[in-house]
Design a protein around this ligand. Structure first.
Ligand code: GTP
Ligand code: MG
Length: 202
């Protein structure tokens, strides 16, 4: 069944394959890639671990600004997951912040095998101005995005929330953007995310 095939790759091997702290270190990828992007501390690394059913594949921390380079993980020898450094963290020195931003932009713009960008939004805080900038940027790069609201265990969503967000995105030109509610604490949304990533595996 399609569902089983979709989640099967996440029961197979997942391993770290490369890290890039600057554009010149970005590895050339031939396999399909999916990326996790979002503000610092939004839960990118945690969600990658949840999706891959692993505790410590991607490094998580209580201190924002934990992921300092783009980390690439290979899933079942078939799919690459990219864990990006977060944006918008005030305490990182300006120069370092600019370097991360440059790296993120370079990666998003110059990765032909990047099939889907999961843009993570803290469900407690909602979409912020820098998230909108990223949405617009990805739109201009012609990248498929999926909006993932994280830490859903911390909030109560009102009915129709996803539809409302979808309509809003459609008004911006994102007619086919998927919206997922997720939690790394209780696993909500994990299967849906697995299936959405697995569709890019050949
Ligand atoms: N309650 C709750 N906490 C979460 C969830 N996901 C992540 N966290 C917590 O949020 C903090 C940040 O998680 P990370 O996964 O490191 O976030 P990140 O987006 O990778 O952070 P940077 O790499 O610094 O940009 C950690 O303390 C996690 O335990 C979730 O679904 N629910
Ligand atoms: Mg991280």
């Amino acid at each position: 069944m399609a569902n089983e095939l979709g989640t099967k790759i996440f029961r197979q091997e997942a391993r770290f394959i490369a890290g890039a702290a600057k554009p010149s270190q970005l590895p050339k990828m031939f396999l399909p890639q999916v990326a996790f992007v979002g503000k610092s501390n939004v839960g990118k690394s945690s969600l990658i671990n949840t999706i891959c059913r692993r505790k410590n594949l991607a490094r998580v921390s209580h201190t924002p600004g934990r992921t300092r380079q783009i980390n690439f993980f290979l899933i079942a020898e078939k799919l690459v997951i990219a864990d990006l450094p977060g944006y918008g963290f005030a305490k990182v020195p300006v120069e370092e912040k600019q370097n991360w931003e440059k790296l993120i932009l370079h990666y998003l713009q110059n990765s032909p095998t990047l099939k889907l960008v999961n843009l993570l939004i803290d469900a407690r805080r909602g979409i912020k101005e820098n998230d909108f900038k990223v949405i617009q940027l990805l739109h201009s790069y012609d990248k498929q995005i999926q909006l993932v609201f994280t830490k859903a265990d911390k909030v109560k969503f009102k009915e129709g929330f996803e539809v409302e967000i979808k309509n809003y995105l459609a008004s911006l030109g994102y007619l086919l953007c998927n919206v997922v509610l997720s939690s790394s604490k209780n696993g909500v949304g994990a299967k849906e995310l697995q299936l959405s990533l697995a569709q890019y595996v050949k």
